[in-house]
Design a protein around this ligand. Sequence first.
Ligand code: APR
Length: 311
Amino acid sequence: MNKVSIIGAGMTGSTTAHWLAEREFTDVVLVDVVEGMPQGKGLDLLEALPIIGRDVSVVGTNDYGATKDSDIIIITAGIARKPGMSRDDLLKTNAEIVGNAATETLKYSPNAIFIILTNPLDTMAYLAMKKTGLPRERVIGQAGVLDSARMRAFVALETGVSVENINCYVMGGHGDEMVPLTRHSNVAGIPLREYVPADRLAAIVERTRKGGMEVINLLKTGSAYYAPAAACAQMAEAILKDKNLIVPCAVYMNGEYGLSDMYFGAPTQLGRGGMVRIVEYALDDDEKQMLDKSAAAVRETHDALKKLVAL
Ligand code: APR
């Protein structure tokens, strides 16, 4: 059986465990610093498996040793910004947590592929790659699957068509400057720009860009977890089943889209080795402009990290 370890058993971590266990292609280990919590969540989930008829192992622990020989490590550990905390303070704290989680788990699972979810996600993926010294194929950030899923959900609401007929691709950093590619998106093969009136499409693009904040504002405490977790589970499945699925991921740019030495969201083919290749769309001038703006925002956070942490 495959083995996926999830570091951080909070909302996104434990929900990822749930989606994974339900799909029955991997055992799951949940790790957290809080004593008892991952054990409790792991046990609760394990006790659900007879009801849904899934035969996998689910273990919660405070011990990295239990992650030994994982095929995939998903890092969701981190803290949310607290009142009075600067962005740099948050960046530094989460960099320490993610850097430590990545290097510690790598000791036990030298062949693992890493999926990073902790925000600011593009920059945390960059940090994890630098700290572990792994090739870019094995450190991938989750953002684009979620952003694209949000756009697909909004298009489904607008059109009344099955989500399965709707293909949307969102590129760029995981922030307000993300780039929903309306020209490359479609409903059952019909270009989105032909299917949805321009003003409605503009509203969908805007709602997609602000999708995370919309959920935060409704929840009042905490941020989205069902969809981010489902996105992590889909990426893990694509990798472990060697599906060669193309989905937008945060990946290390090495000249693609004219960008280098940074993580950025781009359509990525996922297979057993992790990132198989980055798909390069031919972008028009408008799209290039949006992409450059998004890249500048991500670059800023990367630069802030480099000032705070030795890489
Ligand atoms: N090692 C392991 N777990 C840790 C560590 C650590 N060093 N530090 C904190 N954690 C755990 C916390 O105890 C908590 O259970 O990480 C978990 C984070 O869970 P939540 O606070 O519920 O946050 P969540 O909603 O899951 O989001 C986690 O993912 O999508 C991003 O922006 C989000 O950065 C955030 C991350």
